[in-house]
Design a protein around this ligand. Structure first.
Ligand code: HAM
Length: 448
């Protein structure tokens, strides 16, 4: 039957055969965040549009061109979140998290929505892992956030990655820089796109991240912000470099990074793939946003954070052949013949599942042969056939599907018998494994 309704352009289904990969990178992200004292926050998928206008910035591409904005039935302007920082700041203020011990460290896994031109690594619905830290102004916090992201990429196995950093100064140094930019762009005013023309007076820095080829070419020769930052911002940036060196993190200063969102102050950074096949793909980015909490109605509160795109990370892993842990298996398929065997299977499967095993039983009334076929297709590690004979003798043969060996197990002590066979099998697999070819990532995964 033809499927007439398709997924919307720029969105992506994750099928059961793939979902364990995303679960793996998400769990690793939460574990890394936990190791640095960040705890999960969940905020709504939609917020009042004003939140993003005031945080991400009215002259950014995200707000001007990419937001999914609509009026709800109460005629309020609502927007699907294009990123996770604004919602986290709103929640920080709304729930008085500033009264909790500072710094407050939160992390999130969220879907985000941007009406961008879909291409590899650029979706209209994508997913971010992000972290935000409120209440620490020192560059040490920026370094710790970069270290967290870096250790996550290391754990996952992304080796060819550049850590690019820059400082875009504070609102004071930005004034001088904006003037210099304005003077520079005035000279090529007639060639700028309409959006950039409107940015020239309001926020000339945003012209630097316009995607139009003509504007990008002009922007390439523009003055760089690093030449305009004040002494305090320069000291902060120097401290960041010192801490990154102490952490053993190789970085490059890239004076062109300004980031596409308005809330940043001082530190900005990006993690850029250097792998041949994904060179230049920005896997994640972030920075400091010391003015945002105040802008949204709170007391002045320094803050910084980072976010990365999960789909981009998967692309980078797949393109560079980074292994994933094995797909989850069915530990046991109980093949049944007759109603009494079904009742026994219900009892045994409940007990084994309660112990954490994955157990399959037949629920469609198939023949023994067809049940065995299905057990094979779903990669069952063990099978056991239970029929009248087995019920009468109170024992059944547990078959290991990898080598065909059979073990007789009492039905009264079936769970213990299964556990023994399962462990013996795991030990044998371990003894026969070729550890000489293990990579660091395999070892990390084994240790998890
Ligand atoms: P961002 O650079 O806009 O920063 O997005 C972070 C990451 O999300 C990007 O590096 C990329 O991996 C992924 N991403 C962005 N747009 C798309 C897309 N259309 N399709 C697929 N992946 C995408 C932020 O969002 C900031 N909130 C980061 C931050 C947190 N700064 C401070 N705290």
């Amino acid at each position: 039957m033809a499927v007439s309704i398709k997924a919307i352009k720029g969105t992506k289904d994750t099928l059961p055969s793939e979902s364990y990969k995303i679960q793996y990178i998400e769990q690793a992200a939460l574990d890394t965040a936990k190791a640095y004292g960040f705890h999960e926050i969940r905020t709504p998928v939609f917020e009042y549009t004003e939140l993003f206008d005031r945080s991400v910035g009215e002259t950014t591409d995200v707000v001007q061109k990419e937001m999914y904005t609509f009026n709800d039935k109460g005629d309020r302007s609502i927007t699907l979140r294009p990123e996770g920082t604004a919602g986290a700041v709103r929640a920080f203020l709304e729930h008085g998290l500033f009264n909790e011990p500072l710094p407050q460290k939160v992390c999130y896994l969220t879907s985000c929505y941007r009406y961008e031109k879909p291409q590899a690594g650029r979706l209209r619905e994508f997913h971010q892992f992000g972290i935000e830290c409120f209440g620490a102004s020192s560059a040490l916090q920026d370094a710790e956030i970069i270290a967290l992201a870096n250790s996550y990429f290391n754990f996952i196995g992304i080796e060819k990655l550049a850590v690019e950093i820059n400082s875009i100064g504070c609102p004071e140094c930005r004034k001088k820089y904006s003037e210099a930019l304005k003077a520079y762009f005035e000279e090529s005013k007639s060639q700028l796109c309409e959006t950039c023309l409107s940015r020239l007076d309001r926020n000339p820095m945003r012209i630097l991240d316009c995607k139009s080829p003509v504007c990008s070419e002009i922007a390439a020769g523009a003055p760089v912000v690093l030449d305009y930052i004040c002494d305090d911002c320069r000291d902060h940036f120097e401290s960041l470099k010192k801490y990154l060196e102490a952490l053993g993190i190789d970085y490059v200063v890239n004076p062109q990074i300004v980031r596409g969102l308005d809330y940043y102050t001082r530190t900005v950074f990006e993690f850029v793939s250097q792998d041949e096949k994904t060179k230049g793909l920005v896997l994640g980015g972030g920075g400091r946003y010391d003015g945002l909490v105040e802008e949204l109605g709170g007391a002045p509160t320094p803050a910084c954070g980072f976010a990365m795109g999960l789909e981009r990370l998967l692309i980078a892993m797949e393109e560079s052949g980074i292994p994933f842990p094995e797909a989850p298996k069915c530990n046991l398929s109980i093949v049944t013949a007759g109603e009494n065997a079904v009742l026994k299977a219900l009892e045994l499967s409940a007990e084994l599942r309660a112990q954490g095993y994955s157990v399959n039983i037949d629920t469609v009334g198939r023949s023994i042969k067809a049940q065995m076929k299905y057990a094979n297709k779903i990669n069952s590690e063990f099978t056991v056939v239970i029929g009248d004979n087995e019920l009468e003798s109170n024992s059944a043969n547990l078959k290991c599907m990898a080598d065909g060996t059979q073990t007789e197990v009492s039905l009264t002590e079936f769970c213990e018998g299964f556990e023994r066979a399962y462990m013996n099998n795991a030990v044998a697999a371990f003894e026969n494994a070729d550890f000489s070819s293990l990579t660091q990532i395999d070892i990390n995964n084994l240790l998890k």
